[in-house]
Design a protein around this ligand. Structure first.
Ligand code: CTP
Length: 404
């Protein structure tokens, strides 16, 4: 009964995958949740409200009014009642309406009234899925905080094959179940995270940097906030935007600025996760004007060592504070990881190797090992999406003694 007493609004749109919503509804009910089905008018063409109301033991809501009694269905009340809204299947049409606020049916109106988290499991044909319009709407919904449950690849109702098939009911159920299981675990904890690259200026238009995109650090920040933590994300230059309202993002450029921002929050932090790819060196002086091409060869740009943020904070670490570092290695990953763990006074270090396909900068996946400062043996994880890796990292952090 993992969802015992949880109030779930199950939104069903008009797509062939609506038949799978019946299984999803059964999984929610079996797990102890109370489910209110809200269905679009075209959803009813695919699945009958009688089936849904029998399984949920609640009348299905579809119209603003019940025609014969004039009874008004309050989307606001449903929004206040819900602990989560799960829209499955989410069609291209409904997602377009949700992304632009076209509240012409009960499902979209309920979505707009929702205070609880919203999950959407898109389902459509491959060509519709990849259309720029759908992709734009998906991006918008993600930016609005909707948790998209990725569609799967495979045979589609059209006879075509490709990405667009709704995630299986078990996958959708597990995403929602995990969300509630992890929701409160870091409540009251302050988490400081560094992410992305740093840029060290040479002149007003050039810098020394690296290929980090910040994806791993941002995924950890989102996951920590999902678990109830108050997160400060000190981010180097990246195009990413942290969406969760529990994340305070501080944008910096250089390693020195990153250290300064971290110092401000370090003392109050329970957990510090240093995932930034900090440049180790910076030009000793920044040219005031752009270096011009007419100039002869530049013999040298003198570099000076940047502060080691993790090591500096590691030295100041107090009892009860947890410090986690990263090591991206090209060779001798374990040995280098171990040496950094000691040198920087970390409690654990996440090691990834550029020798592993799918690991490292810019990818959506990562393959990690975790090494500990205490005597416990290293943990090895298979290749996973960075969102899943973020969960593994936080699950592991939660086993460290200050959080026990
Ligand atoms: N780190 C940091 N400040 C630096 C360099 C690194 O905070 N100036 C942190 C990183 O965020 C990471 C860990 O230290 O958590 C290891 O970073 P890495 O670049 O792998 O290690 P370095 O100490 O720079 O060693 P090297 O570049 O020689 O491998």
């Amino acid at each position: 009964m993992s969802l015992k007493g949880k109030h779930i609004v199950l939104g069903i749109c008009g797509g062939i995958a609506a038949y799978k919503s019946v299984s999803l509804l059964r999984l929610f009910v079996k797990a102890g949740a109370e489910v209110q089905v809200v269905i679009t008018p075209s959803g009813k063409e695919f699945i009958t409200p009688v089936t849904l109301s029998s399984l949920s033991q609640k009348p299905v809501v579809s119209e603003f009014f019940t025609a014969n009694t004039g009874e008004w269905h309050s989307h606001v009340q449903i929004g206040l009642w819900a602990d989560a809204m799960v829209i499955a299947p989410a069609t291209a049409c409904s997602m377009g309406k949700m992304a632009t606020g076209i509240a012409d049916n009960m499902l979209v109106t309920t979505y707009l009234s929702m205070r609880a988290p919203v999950f959407a499991a898109p389902a459509m044909d491959f060509d519709m899925m990849i259309h720029p319009s759908t992709q734009r709407n998906l991006k918008q919904l993600e930016a609005d905080g909707v948790k998209i449950i990725e569609p799967e690849s495979g045979e589609l109702a059209s006879g075509l094959s490709g990405r667009g098939r709704m995630a299986e009911p078990e996958t959708i159920f597990k995403t929602v179940e995990d969300y509630f299981a992890n929701k409160e675990e870091l409540k009251g904890k302050q988490v400081l995270i560094t992410a992305g690259p740093t840029y060290e200026r040479i002149d007003p238009v050039r810098f020394i940097g690296n290929f980090s995109t910040g994806k791993m650090g941002y995924a950890i920040a989102e996951e920590a906030a999902n678990r109830g933590a108050e997160v400060v994300l000190v981010s180097g230059p990246t195009s990413l935007v942290a969406k969760h309202p529990g994340i305070k993002t501080i944008k910096v450029e250089s390693a020195r600025q990153m250290l300064e921002a971290c110092r401000e929050y370090f003392d109050n932090s329970d957990i510090c996760i240093m995932s930034a790819a900090v440049a180790d060196y910076a030009p000793s002086c920044v040219m005031e004007k752009k270096i011009k091409r007419e100039r002869d060869d530049i013999d040298e740009i003198k570099l000076v060592k940047n502060p080691d943020i993790a090591a500096t904070l590691g030295k100041e670490k107090q009892d009860g504070q947890i410090m986690v570092g990263f090591a991206l290695e090209t060779d001798h990953a374990k040995e280098n990881g171990e040496s950094k763990l000691r040198r920087k006074n970390l409690d654990m270090i996440v090691v990834n190797s550029l020798e592993d396909a799918g690991a490292g900068f810019g990818t959506d996946t990562n393959k990690i090992d975790i090494l500990f400062a205490d005597t416990r043996p290293a943990l090895h994880f298979p290749l996973k999406s960075k969102t899943e890796v973020a969960k593994d990292i936080l699950n592991t952090i939660q086993t460290l003694s200050p959080l026990q």
